[in-house]
Design a protein around this ligand. Structure first.
Ligand SMILES: Cc1cc2nc3c(=O)[nH]c(=O)nc-3n(C[C@H](O)[C@H](O)[C@H](O)COP(=O)(O)OP(=O)(O)OC[C@H]3O[C@@H](n4cnc5c(N)ncnc54)[C@H](O)[C@@H]3O)c2cc1C
Length: 458
């Protein structure tokens, strides 16, 4: 590998994990590593941005896991404010724009890692480019939104009720801003089932957010500054707008250079994170993954996945052997005191696959019923009819509820049937759960239903 040059495009979770792992296995004499990042920061926690805007995290520097200077100590050269705007697969070069100096240079590579992440959706709505319209994607976005909230706006409108929109709404309310949230769909958190989404909608209303479901944003109005958001039903006054309309894989650069995409629209990779082009690797939000329950290719944008994929990519580049098995879509979030979690497939996704399924939901408590601080929790479980194969689970509840999803994620990972889960040896003490944990109660209920469906079949 003497004289090999690894170039990383995108300096966050996936790209810098790949760089660090490769460096651990190959010293600088063998492998030169250069990472290009168009922003001012690398290796930051995008997940922490709503908490910085909400003043839970006081200093944005705490969101940076490792600075460019710290990477330099590891012999990883990071060039921030450098955007890669073209990849030449034949000549093995990238064209890099130095955003501060305005210069364009051509840089060679032997191994290329595309880790360009995802980008927020910005539909062509009138007024979307006004100042005071914020997205939340990279660290600079969080810093800008925080400045805007510090300036003391009276009213804000969040557009989109996915987890980023909800976390932003929570931050705004916590900072004393009167906040409305507009969502085109019938519920917030569209990736959970409607009955679970309704609980989250209620929690959002309970913290004082004015929620408008089933409404489309028609325009953002203003004259140099944002004044209001117009929907198909009303006009909402606003001093600032936060967009949470979802994300798509940032594959423009890859696609333009001829790197093959998969069915989901993200970059196609094999389990070692290699694209179909010699020497070209990819990891993180910009790549396609295999869904372990549906068997379908998916494009999920989660830090959990990006960090693992970056690590695997770096191990392989460094001469080791590692593979990425796939994803379950396990995710947790919190809206003020209400936690929401999911793993596997939802009812709508199961319908889309044509599977027949049974579901059971139970309402229980997060601690023993008599224990101070006990709070409501709802656990919903889905399993295949007759076989009882676990297909998915969702949880909504107060403190201590969401991380129970990891039990279901582990069971799904091991392709368990709900009947096998009923007597799992889960822990118990009054401050943590009832003696029958809600996970087990829901599983037991579902297992009985599956048994009955087996009876129908016979
Ligand atoms: C507000 C918010 C909250 C989140 N909360 C959670 C959470 O709670 N849990 C969870 O699991 N995930 C969460 N995520 C998702 C998680 O942050 C992402 O999945 C993760 O950051 C993806 O890492 P990545 O390296 O693939 O891409 P990114 O983090 O998007 O990084 C890509 C980088 O590439 C740079 N780049 C792009 N194109 C170029 C180019 N042409 N040249 C140079 N540089 C380029 C970008 O500037 C960016 O810094 C959240 C995301 C956001 C925005």
């Amino acid at each position: 590998m003497a004289g090999t040059r690894m170039v990383v495009v995108g300096g966050d979770a996936a790209g810098m994990s790949a760089a660090s792992q490769a460096r651990r296995r190959r010293d600088p004499a063998e492998l030169e590593i250069v990472a290009f990042e168009r922003g001012r920061h690398v290796s930051y926690s995008a997940c922490g941005l709503p908490y910085y805007a909400g003043d839970v995290v006081k200093d944005w520097r705490d969101l940076v896991a490792r600075t460019a200077e710290e990477f330099a100590e590891q012999d990883i050269e990071v060039r921030t404010r450098h955007e890669v705007d073209a990849i030449d697969l034949e000549a093995r070069r990238v064209r890099v724009r130095d955003l501060d100096a305005g210069r364009v240079v051509s840089e060679p590579w032997d191994l290329l890692v595309v880790a360009t992440g995802s980008e927020p959706l910005r539909p062509p709505i009138d007024g979307i480019d006004l100042p005071d319209v914020y997205g939340l994607s990279v660290l600079e976005d969080g810093i800008e939104l925080r400045k805007a909230v510090d300036a003391g706006p009276e009213r804000a409108v969040v557009v989109g009720g996915g987890y980023i929109g909800l976390e932003a709404a929570e931050a705004l309310v916590a900072r004393g801003v009167r906040t409305s949230l507009v969502e085109a769909g019938p519920q917030v958190m569209g990736r959970v089932d409607p009955d679970m989404g309704e609980l989250v909608s209620q929690a959002v209303r309970d913290i004082g957010v004015e929620l408008h479901l089933g409404e489309q944003v028609a325009a953002i109005e203003g004259d140099g500054r944002v004044r209001a958001v117009r929907t198909d039903r009303r006009t909402l006054e606003a001093d600032l707008v936060v967009l949470g309309l979802g994300t798509r894989p940032a594959v423009g650069l890859a696609e333009a250079s001829g790197i093959e995409l998969g069915q989901s629209g993200a970059i196609a990779v094999n389990p070692r994170m290699q694209t179909r082009h010699d020497g070209v690797w990819a990891a993180g939000d910009c790549v396609e993954a295999h869904h372990l329950v549906s068997g379908r290719p998916v494009s999920f944008h989660l830090g959990t996945i990006a960090n693992k994929q970056g690590r695997i990519c770096g191990i392989n580049i460094g001469g080791g052997y590692a593979t990425f098995p796939g994803v379950l879509g396990t995710a947790v979030s919190r809206v003020c005191e209400v936690e929401v979690a999911r793993t596997g497939l939802s009812e709508a996704e199961l319908d889309g696959l044509g599977l027949e399924w049974e579901q059971a939901a139970v309402d229980s408590t997060t601690r023993a019923g008599y224990f101070p601080g006990t709070a409501p929790i709802r656990v919903k479980v889905l399993a295949e009819r007759r076989t009882g194969r676990l297909l998915g689970a969702q949880i909504v509840g107060k403190e201590g509820a969401a991380k129970r999803i990891d039990v279901f994620a582990t069971a799904l990972w091991n392709a368990m049937r709900v009947g096998e889960m009923v007597n799992m040896d889960l822990s118990y003490a009054p401050p943590f759960s009832p003696v029958w944990d809600p996970v087990l109660i829901a599983t037991r209920k579902l297992s009985e239903q599956v048994d009955r469906s087996l009876g129908d079949w016979l």
